[in-house]
Design a protein around this ligand. Structure first.
Ligand code: SF4
Length: 387
């Protein structure tokens, strides 16, 4: 008999599972706390559950962790795990400690089919969606491992204060598995994270942004990376299906469900590609396209982490600062992401795991990267602007 992986179940589904075992629904809450708050996988160790229930669980269920291939710690405290998800595929999960928060960056797919040209994962191609259990298991493992290092804080003795779905994969292309996983993270009996401390990052799957707004409106980050369709079509191929105007309209609708929130626009700074002052001014016009209301947003400028196949380079630091200044001068909150964990290839856009590409994206992405290179001006456009 195949055992049910309890990491696949949100509290509602676990309640239904308990009923199928002939138990009261409320037992699910106890079980859920043991698994997610105390990190216990062994039913025998769940001392306040009746022995008869523990016996039934042992027959029908398991808490299935991911197999750890490696754990690497960066000099700056960042930790990266590589997990084996079978059939030659491995995914990456990254812990990023900061003074005021401790963030876990979680993968949603083995590889990614979106093929963004500046992203190492996108160059690897796509193997498969992760299950809910495999998404949750990354948090479950990280929390346990970090507690074992004595890093837990506060009355709840938790380590991880924020989750970002920004690892490998496009989370909104794995919607059915994503939403139950988010519910486990948000549940008071699970990880107890507030809605604003869980962020889903998307390259712009417009219909799914609308569904997320209804089903589970957590914080939303959008990988924008270009201020116009011509450039974004090249950098984020999904733009050809859902162009910028549709994406921005979906962001506005999202904020109607969460009016006190804002959208975080991620913008990877690529030398000579998307980093001129003209691009910055275009962005300002884009988010203020309607005179009455500027979209509530923040920009996060990400210094590009080069990898050999991309053919792209990071913008010089002064240009990143000048770009940020244009946005700030227009009243837009703008941060420049500090690169973390680059000594262990854990920085943004560097996650590459191991992927058995079923989609031949690698070859196509390589061809596109060459195309972008050819379009770059011989001399960067902003050489004049900064002169
Ligand atoms: S940036 Fe995100 S959506 Fe684009 S290829 Fe990388 S993982 Fe996929």
């Amino acid at each position: 008999m195949t055992l049910v992986n309890l990491l696949d179940l949100d509290l509602e589904a676990l309640g239904a599972f308990c009923e199928r075992l002939g138990e009261k629904r409320f037992r699910a809450t106890q079980l859920f706390r043991w698994i997610h708050q105390r990190g216990v996988a062994d039913f025998d160790a769940m001392s306040d559950l009746a022995k008869s229930l523990r016996a039934k669980l042992a027959q029908a269920a398991e808490v299935r962790p991911l197999a750890v291939v490696s754990e690497q710690a960066s000099a700056d405290g960042t930790i990266k795990w590589l997990f084996d998800v079978g059939a030659g595929n491995a995914i990456e999960t990254v812990f990023i400690p900061e003074t005021d928060r401790a963030t876990l960056c979680i993968s949603s797919q083995a590889g990614c089919a979106m093929a963004c040209s500046f992203c190492a994962t996108g160059h690897q191609g796509f193997a498969r969606n992760l299950t809910t259990g495999e998404i949750v298991a990354q948090l479950w493992h990280a929390e346990r491992a970090l507690r074992a290092r004595g890093l837990a804080v506060g009355a709840a003795q938790r380590v991880i204060s924020n989750v970002v779905m920004m690892g490998m994969g496009e989370p909104l292309q794995n919607y059915a598995a994503l939403v139950p996983a988010l519910r486990v993270m948000l549940s008071d009996h699970g990880y107890g994270l507030s809605r604003r401390r869980v962020t889903v990052s998307t390259s712009g799957v417009v219909p799914m942004i609308d569904r997320l707004r209804v089903d589970c409106p957590v914080a939303l980050a959008v990988s924008l990376h270009a201020p116009n369709d011509a450039l974004r079509d090249e950098l984020v191929p999904l733009n050809r299906k859902y162009p910028i105007a549709e994406l921005i309209a979906a962001c506005r609708r999202y904020l109607e469900a969460a009016p006190r929130d804002f959208i975080t626009f991620e913008y990877c700074m690529l030398d000579g590609v998307n980093d001129s002052l003209a691009h910055a001014n275009e962005l300002v016009a884009l988010v203020a396209e309607r005179a009455d209301t500027r979209i509530a947003c923040k920009f996060n400028l990400i210094p590009f982490n080069p990898f050999p196949q991309s053919g792209l380079h990071c913008s010089p630091h002064e240009r990143v600062l000048a770009f940020a200044e244009v946005l700030r001068a227009a009243g837009i909150v703008t941060t420049v992401r500090r690169t973390r964990g680059d000594d262990i290839a854990a920085a943004c856009g560097q996650l590459a795991g191991e992927v058995q590409d079923r989609t031949h994206l690698r070859e196509r992405a390589a061809r596109r990267a060459i195309g972008i290179q050819l379009q770059r001006p011989a001399q960067p456009a902003h050489a004049k602007e900064s002169a």
